[in-house]
Design a protein around this ligand. Structure first.
Ligand SMILES: Nc1ncnc2c1ncn2[C@@H]1O[C@H](COP(=O)(O)OP(=O)(O)OP(=O)(O)O)[C@@H](O)[C@H]1O
Ligand SMILES: [Mg+2]
Length: 359
């Protein structure tokens, strides 16, 4: 899958951008604060309608303007001309000039995997970051998953609101519990299956980057031990005390271990970085396996944190994508240009919100 064209208007520091991209490896070079990450953010936004920096749409509008536009031509099994306009008053999203009403109809038009500074949270951060990683991948691969997640979260919110009352309506609590269990069990099954499939991909990816026999293991640790309904019933007394739902997929953990030890407490910074990259590489491999074509890789400033050996291990993994007519966009400054990169490269200079092809 690839992005053949990108058009931006008043997007961050890009007043206007009209670019065409071939398949292959694109390196975006520039000094700090020129717009390299903004460009990756634009591609990611076209794929997911979100920012990977956690920014809201209002922050994306170029200072002093009232709206932004991001559009592109995505080439996969089909051709999709995407147009996304956003202002506080009006949003418009079309594919091939047809308006999109439900986000689930849109996701998959463009598929990306992003590697960025925030990935450190996957290893160091709270369990929520790892649940989100699993949920995003399931959303990208299972059509019904997002709906399931929304129904679960809705039931959880209602149930918790009820638990906060002094004397909750028990019949109502029962009905929210049933809704919670029905959707929660499906979430658990989907996450368990996914982790089983990801686990060998992560182990292998990590080994290739580290070029050492370090073992990166992941394990799904669901909050539900045996049976969701039974565990909920058992937690009733504690629930009354805490006034919130104490078991369920919203409390799941994905355990990361390096050579059998918890990665967050045991691994070095470089090893943690390698682990985070291996998780993202596995996401890309898994998506490629399911959809039959590699997602676009968006790589923001990750090389700098790896030593020469690990960089040399990573480069072949990311440049492999271009053999299958995939696409990679990678940012770097002139100083940290990865010398290990060679072969067929497209180089772009990013300077104050403009993009120029370099010879
Ligand atoms: N809404 C906005 N309107 C105008 N400019 C913005 C907006 N949001 C961010 N910027 C500016 O965009 C510039 C470039 O940001 P970006 O994060 O893309 O830099 P970068 O090239 O990735 O730099 P670095 O190498 O430091 O990561 C910054 O100077 C920032 O202030
Ligand atoms: Mg940047």
């Amino acid at each position: 899958m690839r992005l053949a064209k990108l058009k931006l208007r008043d997007f961050r520091n890009f007043r206007r951008l009209d670019a065409a991209f071939e398949p292959g490896f694109h390196v975006l070079v520039g000094r700090n604060a020129q717009g390299k990450t903004n460009l990756l953010e634009a591609v990611y936004l076209l794929a997911t309608l979100r920012s990977f920096r956690g920014a809201g749409n209002a922050q994306i509008i170029r200072h002093g303007q009232k709206a932004f536009f991001a559009g592109g031509l995505a080439l996969g099994q089909t051709e999709s001309e995407i147009r996304h306009y956003w202002s506080a008053a009006q949003r418009k999203l079309t594919v091939n000039e047809k308006p999109i009403r439900r986000i689930t109809d849109y996701l998959g038009t463009l598929r990306t995997v992003v590697f960025c500074a925030e990935d450190a949270l996957l290893v160091n951060g709270p369990a929520k970051a790892r649940r989100r990683f699993l949920d995003l991948l399931l959303t990208q691969t299972q059509p019904g998953y997002l709906g399931l997640l929304h129904r679960y979260t809705g039931a959880l919110r209602s149930r918790n609101a009820l638990l906060r009352r002094d004397s909750p309506d028990l019949a109502l609590l029962d009905s929210f519990t049933r809704e919670l269990v029905a959707n929660g069990e499906k979430l658990i099954t989907a996450r368990r299956d996914l982790v089983k499939k990801l686990s060998p991909l992560i182990r292998l990816g990590y080994r290739k980057i580290a070029a050492k026999p370090e073992d990166a293991g992941i394990a799904y640790a669901p909050s539900v031990r045996e049976d969701f309904a039974v565990d909920l019933a058992k937690s009733r007394v504690r629930e009354q005390r805490h006034r919130t739902t104490l078991v369920g997929p919203h409390r799941d953990e994905l355990k990361l271990a390096l050579d059998g030890q918890p990665a967050a407490q045991y691994a070095s910074e470089g090893q943690k970085r390698t682990f985070a990259i291996a998780l993202k590489m596995a996401q890309g491999d898994y998506l490629a396996g399911i959809h039959g074509s590699a997602p676009i890789l968006l790589i923001d400033d990750v090389m700098g944190e790896l030593d020469a050996g690990r960089r040399a291990g990573l480069i072949p993994l990311i440049s492999r994508t271009d053999q299958a007519l995939g696409q990679v966009f990678m940012t770097c400054t002139e100083e940290n240009w990865p010398g290990e990169l060679s072969g067929n490269l497209h180089r772009w200079q990013v300077e104050q919100g403009s993009l120029k092809r370099m010879s």
